[in-house]
Design a protein around this ligand. Structure first.
Ligand SMILES: [Zn+2]
Ligand SMILES: [Zn+2]
Length: 107
């Protein structure tokens, strides 16, 4: 039985690709049907996922905006990651870390 190269159209990307005589012979031996996808689409499927777009990164800005403030404990100039409103004391990082855990504070 002899085969001739034949042109097939990829169902994925609509590209015309050659289903070669060798491949046809191989496919019929294995009982496979004609391939539906071109070699590059098959390769992309096999490599798993392919075209996974971007990834993003979750949009975590990293650096937060800092606001100047004065520490209520040592009166040192400091910066805090929130806007000081004046109704609660602001501490520099030194004093803040020396303070007891927030759960034991009574606001
Ligand atoms: Zn294709
Ligand atoms: Zn301080």
């Amino acid at each position: 039985m002899s085969y001739e190269d034949k042109n097939l159209t990829c169902v994925e990307c609509n590209t015309t690709f050659v289903f070669s005589a060798d491949d046809q012979s191989f496919h019929s031996q294995k009982g496979y049907t004609d391939p539906k996808r071109c070699t590059s689409c098959r390769a992309a499927r096999r490599s798993g996922g392919g075209g996974y777009g971007g990834g993003g990164g979750g949009g975590y800005g990293g650096q937060r905006e800092m606001h100047p403030a004065v520490c209520a404990e040592c009166n040192k100039d400091t910066e805090v990651p929130f806007l000081p409103t004046g109704d609660r004391p602001v501490y520099c990082s030194d004093c803040f870390s020396k303070r007891p855990a927030p759960s034991s504070q009574r606001w």
